[in-house]
Design a protein around this ligand. Structure first.
Ligand code: ZN
Length: 672
C-alpha cells in the first residue's frame, strides 16, 4: 500500500541550511504538473559497498521502465517512441505554439507513463490537432517509427492518430464503474479477450479453498483468451517482459555481491529466482525474507507490487524505490512502532475488531536514492509492504516514510501563495508554517506504520468483501487512526509532537484539503474516483455534517470566498474516533452495503458551486496540483575495472532525463 502527498502545497516551514537554499527544487511546470528535484543527503557518508549497492539497485530500478508503459496500455510504448522520434528529428519550425503543445503532450505522456492521466486515469488530449501530428511525422527524416506488422507509413500514421486523438479509443485506464464490466471498460493491459465474469471464474477455479497462506493469484501475469481457452502469460525471463526482466536480474545479481547481510543476499537470490520462474511461491518467500531483514541500511522495493492499476485489484504494476535509512529521523518511527500495542489497545474500535497482539510493525524514515517504474516521476511519500494479508499477519510489515521527498515538496512550495488564499485565518497560516512539515510527517508515520496494520477481520470475513470500495475505506481507516491519535496527549508524552498546536495544524490542513482544496485535482463536472481522495473527502464531509449542530467546523463566506474553520478541535477528535470505529466495523464484518453508503454519500460527489470557486481561486495562483521528480544520477567512478566511488549529480532538465532513459533503458519491444 502506498500513500500519496496530501496536498502538494500545504506546508511552508522547516529550517533550511545555506546549501539547501541554493538548491533549486522546482524545475518546471506544464499542464497540471510540476517537476521537482530531490536531494540525497547523507549518501557521501555511506561505505563504498553501500554506495555500490545503491548504484546497482538503482540501475535495476531504471531497467524496468518500459514495463509500466506497456502495462498501463498496450500501445503506450508505440505512442511514446513515435513522439520521441519526432522530438529528435523534426525539421520544421520549433518556435510555434503547436510545437510547444506537442512538447507538453509528450511530457505528459512521460509523466503518466502513458496516454492516460496518472491520477484520474482519463485519456488526455493533445492541444494540437491531427493534421499537425501528420505534419510532424512526415517531416521528421531519419525517424524509425514503430510500425506494426502489415502497416505501411500511411496506415501507421492513421492508426497512431486514432490511438492518440480518438476519444472512444481507450478512454480510461482504470474504470471502476460497478454498473459495467470492469475489464471491458478499462484500457489497462492486464487482460485481453476476457470479460469480468471469465476472469472471476478463472481465478475462482485455481484458488485453493481454506488456504491460510494463499499466493497472490494473478499478480504477475496477463490473462488472455486464445481459441476459447483462458490462460496466463506470466511476467518472467522467458515470458512477458522478459527482455526488461533479464536486465533487472543482471543488476540485482551485481547487488548480491555487495549485500549488507547474509539475509539480504538470500532475499536478492530468491527475488532473482522469482523473476526467472514467475513462481508466486518464491515471491512470497522473498517477501518474508525481505520484511524480516531489518539490519541493512540500504533497502529497496523492486517488483510487481501495487494493484491500483487493475480494476479487479489483482494484477500489479512494476515499481522500484531504492533508499537508505535516515537513522536520526527513524527514532520517531521506532517510538511509534514500540508503542503499537498501546495504540491498538486504546483505539475507539470494538474490542472484537482489535488485534490481540500487534506483530512486527517495523517503521523507518528513509532517504530515497532512486525512483523507478510506477513510482517515477510521480512518487508516493510513504509505503507499507508487503501487501499479502497473511504475510502481514504472520510476519509483519515494513513501513517507510520518505522524508527527502516530502522535504522537496515542501521547499518547492515555498511562498507560492496557496496558504494565504485558502486558510481561514492568520493563526492558521502561522500554525502551519510552524508545524506543518513535522505534523504531516507524523501523520504519514501513523498512517503507514499503525493505521494499515491495525484491527482484524472477524473469522469468516473475506479480505475482498468490500470490493470496489475496499481501497477508499482502507485508506480512510489508516487516516482516521492517524488523525485520531494526533491530538492525543500520548503524542507529547512520547515526544513525537511538541504540543497540541501541532496536531491542530494537521487537522486544519486535512479538513481544508478534504473539504475544498483537493478539488483542484478534479475537472469540472467530474466526480471523485481516486481512493485517497475519496477517503479524504469522506472523512472531512462526514465530520462536517455530523458536527454541524454543534458548529464543530464552520463554513465561512468572505468576499465571495469559502473558508472552513475548525471551532472545536476536541469535539472533532471525538467525531474522528466515532467514524474510525464505524469504518473498522465495516472492514471487520465485511459490511459491503454500509461501506458503499458511506463512500457514495460522503466521498464521491462534488459540490459544483464550491468546485468552480476553488478552481478559479487556484487558477489565479498559477500552481500545479500534481508533482513528480527528476531522479538524481548516480555515477560510478572507476579505477581500472573497479568501482572506487559513486558520486551523485542532480540534473535539472526533465526532457533530457526522459530522452536519456529512452536511449539507455528501452529494453522492451514496442508490441509485447
Ligand atoms: Zn495508505
Amino acid at each position: 500500500m502506498s500513500i500519496s502527498i496530501l496536498s502538494c502545497n500545504q506546508t511552508e516551514n522547516k529550517k533550511t541550511s545555506e546549501e539547501e537554499k541554493d538548491f533549486q527544487f522546482l524545475i518546471e511546470q506544464f499542464a497540471d504538473i510540476k517537476i521537482m528535484r530531490y536531494q540525497i543527503p547523507g549518501i557521501e557518508e555511506l561505505s563504498l559497498d553501500q554506495k555500490k549497492l545503491i548504484y546497482f539497485l538503482s540501475e535495476a530500478a531504471l531497467a524496468g521502465r518500459d514495463i509500466i508503459f506497456d502495462q498501463n496500455y498496450k500501445y503506450n510504448l508505440s505512442v511514446r517512441r513515435t513522439l520521441e522520434e519526432i522530438l529528435k528529428n523534426y525539421q520544421g519550425d520549433r518556435q510555434t505554439k503547436e510545437w510547444i503543445d506537442f512538447n507538453v503532450y509528450l511530457k505528459r505522456v512521460w509523466f503518466s507513463n502513458g496516454i492516460h492521466h496518472h491520477y484520474s486515469t482519463d485519456k488526455f488530449m493533445p492541444a494540437f490537432d491531427q493534421e499537425y501530428l501528420a505534419t510532424l511525422i512526415n517531416n521528421s527524416p531519419g525517424s524509425v517509427f514503430p510500425l506494426m506488422e502489415g502497416q505501411d507509413p500511411g496506415t501507421f500514421t492513421n492508426w497512431i492518430t486514432k490511438v492518440i486523438f480518438d476519444p472512444e479509443t481507450a478512454p480510461k485506464r482504470v474504470n471502476q464503474n460497478p454498473e459495467k464490466d470492469l475489464i471491458e471498460q478499462s484500457a489497462c493491459n492486464f487482460y485481453e479477450g476476457v470479460n469480468q465474469e471469465e476472469v472471476e471464474a478463472y481465478y475462482e477455479g485455481i484458488r485453493v479453498p481454506g488456504d491460510e497462506t494463499p499466493i497472490s493469484y494473478g499478480l504477475n501475469s496477463k490473462l488472455v483468451k486464445d481459441n476459447g481457452k483462458v490462460s496466463e502469460i506470466v511476467y518472467k525471463v522467458d515470458g512477458m517482459y522478459g527482455q526488461a526482466i533479464s536486465r533487472i536480474i543482471y543488476w540485482l545479481d551485481k547487488a548480491i555481491a555487495v549485500a549488507e547481510t547474509e539475509d539480504q543476499k538470500e532475499a536478492l537470490e530468491v527475488l532473482i529466482g522469482y523473476y526467472q520462474s514467475g513462481d508466486l511461491e518464491l515471491w512470497d518467500k522473498y517477501n518474508v525474507l525481505w520484511v524480516e531483514d531489518l539490519v541493512p541500511l540500504v533497502d529497496y522495493v523492486n517488483g510487481f507490487i501495487e494493484v491500483y492499476g487493475d480494476p479487479m485489484g489483482m494484477k500489479a504494476t512494476w515499481e522500484s524505490v531504492v533508499n537508505f535509512k535516515d537513522i536520526e529521523a527513524t527514532q520517531r518511527s521506532i517510538i511509534i512502532s514500540d508503542n503499537a500495542q498501546w495504540f491498538e489497545d486504546h483505539s475507539p474500535t470494538d474490542p472484537r475488531f482489535k488485534k490481540g497482539e500487534v506483530k512486527g510493525v517495523s517503521a523507518k524514515v528513509i532517504t530515497v536514492a532512486q525512483l523507478g517504474g510506477d513510482c517515477y516521476p510521480s512518487t508516493p511519500i510513504g509505503i507499507n509492504l508487503p501487501n499479502a494479508d497473511w504475510i502481514r499477519r504472520d510476519h509483519g510489515s515494513k513501513s517507510v516514510t520518505m522524508d527527502n521527498i516530502t522535504f522537496a515538496y515542501d521547499q518547492a512550495s515555498l511562498g507560492n501563495g496557496f496558504l494565504e488564499e485558502f486558510c481561514a485565518s492568520h493563526e492558521e497560516i502561522e500554525r502551519i508554517k510552524e508545524y506543518g512539515y513535522l505534523a504531516g510527517n507524523i501523520h504519514t508515520d501513523l498512517h503507514e506504520c499503525l493505521g494499515h496494520g491495525s484491527g482484524q477481520l472477524l473469522p469468516g470475513t473475506s479480505s475482498d468483501a468490500l470490493k470496489n470500495y475496499h481501497s477508499a475505506l482502507e485508506e480512510s481507516r489508516a487516516d482516521l487512526f492517524a488523525l485520531y491519535y494526533m491530538l492525543s496527549p500520548k503524542m507529547q508524552e512520547l515526544g513525537l509532537l511538541p504540543d497540541k498546536e501541532a496536531a491542530m495544524a494537521e487537522y486544519d490542513s486535512y479538513l481544508r484539503n478534504g473539504l475544498m482544496t483537493q478539488l483542484t485535482r478534479i475537472q469540472p463536472g467530474k466526480q471523485i474516483e481516486q481512493a485517497h481522495m475519496r477517503n479524504r473527502q469522506l472523512i472531512s464531509r462526514w465530520c462536517f455534517e455530523n458536527g454541524r449542530e454543534e458548529n464543530v467546523i464552520e463554513e465561512i463566506k468572505r468576499d465571495g470566498k469559502t473558508y472552513y474553520k475548525i471551532n472545536d478541535y476536541d469535539k472533532l477528535n471525538v467525531l474522528l474516533g466515532e467514524l474510525l470505529a464505524e469504518v473498522q466495523r465495516i472492514k471487520s464484518e465485511g459490511d459491503y452495503e454500509a461501506g458503499k453508503v458511506l463512500v457514495e454519500s460522503y466521498g464521491v460527489k462534488v459540490d459544483s458551486g464550491l468546485h468552480a470557486e476553488v478552481l478559479e481561486r487556484y487558477q489565479k495562483l498559477n500552481l500545479a496540483p500534481y508533482g513528480g521528480f527528476i531522479n538524481p544520477v548516480l555515477l560510478p567512478v572507476y579505477e581500472g575495472e573497479n568501482i572506487i566511488d559513486v558520486i551523485v549529480e542532480y540534473p535539472d532538465d526533465y526532457t533530457e532525463q526522459m530522452m536519456k532513459y529512452a536511449k539507455e533503458y528501452s529494453y522492451l519491444p514496442t508490441y509485447n
